[in-house]
Design a protein around this ligand. Structure first.
Ligand SMILES: [Zn+2]
Length: 295
């Protein structure tokens, strides 16, 4: 047998015996993303259904736009999903999670509020896993640990739709019923690379994420206290790569072509300038929706 054929055969054999392949990240908009190692696929914060400002008017209700979700998952090449993790129960993080979990027979992980969103849409207890601070799960070759990171206030120290969802929430429902509940960040370890998905845009010297290391930092940047404050997390994790999240305009439908709509006041240019000045050694990556990034 020619050496090239032997090598090919050997890699095929090895792949079928190993529990994973290449690790790839794909953005689903806001802080949603797909993480796959070719054998196991995780989805975080699926919210491709956008809730517009007018949807917050009295008597308006919201629910998953199944066609929109199907379009984006298919565009991202998603064929299977093993687990769905949600950081908190506001619509821009949770709205599509029950549909995605049901469609792919995946387990949905999140706070008691997220669990109530799942229950309200017909998921049963076997498909739901409530998370708590420091708790850890293995899914394929991934190990995921949840860390409690309280939601940052939206304006003047106030968090809108604060509190918990205390009973199963049916859909459609008013967007105001999607109360935040507890907010969790997720540390994801894998033989191919470790990631930290920081759900909030603030760094406190003594917060629960302070001792975690990661090669790749997935970082919420909307509503940040300052870019300098976020750069502290670059340092504590020792991340070589940072992928910013939550900077597109979540009140608008995801654009299928052309430039992404930026969230009002997110000031990307300032973030880019500060990070290149104060953390030049870190690579900042800005993938488009569904554009694969190797981890
Ligand atoms: Zn929120």
């Amino acid at each position: 047998m020619k050496p090239i054929k032997q090598t090919l055969l050997l890699s095929l054999l090895l792949f079928s015996f190993t529990a994973y392949g290449k690790l790839t990240y794909k953005w689903l908009g806001i802080s949603g993303f797909v993480l796959s190692d070719e054998k196991t696929t995780l989805v975080f914060d699926p919210a491709m259904t956008r809730v517009g400002l007018l949807d917050f008017l009295p008597f308006r209700t919201v629910k998953t736009d199944e066609d929109e979700v199907d379009y984006w998952l298919s565009r991202c090449g998603v064929k299977s999903i093993d687990a769905v993790f949600v950081n908190h129960a506001h619509t821009d993080h949770v709205i599509d999670a029950p549909y995605v979990a049901r469609k792919f027979k995946a387990k949905l992980y999140g706070s008691s509020s997220v669990i109530n969103v799942g229950l309200g849409q017909g998921l049963n207890n076997d498909q739901l896993q409530e998370v708590s601070d420091g708790e850890q799960w293995k899914v394929g070759a991934f190990t995921i640990t949840a860390y409690l990171t309280p939601h940052s206030p939206h304006v003047l120290g106030i968090t809108l739709m604060d509190g918990d969802i205390t009973s199963p929430l049916k859909a459609p429902s008013s967007a105001w019923n999607y109360r935040a509940g507890d907010t969790y960040s997720y540390h994801i370890t894998h033989p191919e690379g470790d990631l930290l998905f920081q759900a909030i845009s603030r760094v406190d010297e003594e917060d629960t994420l302070k001792d975690l290391k990661a090669d790749t930092l997935l970082l919420t940047i909307a509503n940040r206290a300052s870019s300098e404050n976020l750069i502290k997390r670059f340092k504590t994790t020792g991340a070589k790569t940072v992928i910013p999240l939550h900077y597109d305009n979540f009140f608008k439908k995801m654009k299928r072509e052309g430039e992404i709509d930026l969230f009002w006041g997110v000031d990307m240019e300032e973030f880019k300038a500060s990070t290149s000045e104060k953390a030049a050694e870190v690579k900042i990556v800005w993938p488009g929706y569904c554009e694969g990034v190797g981890i």
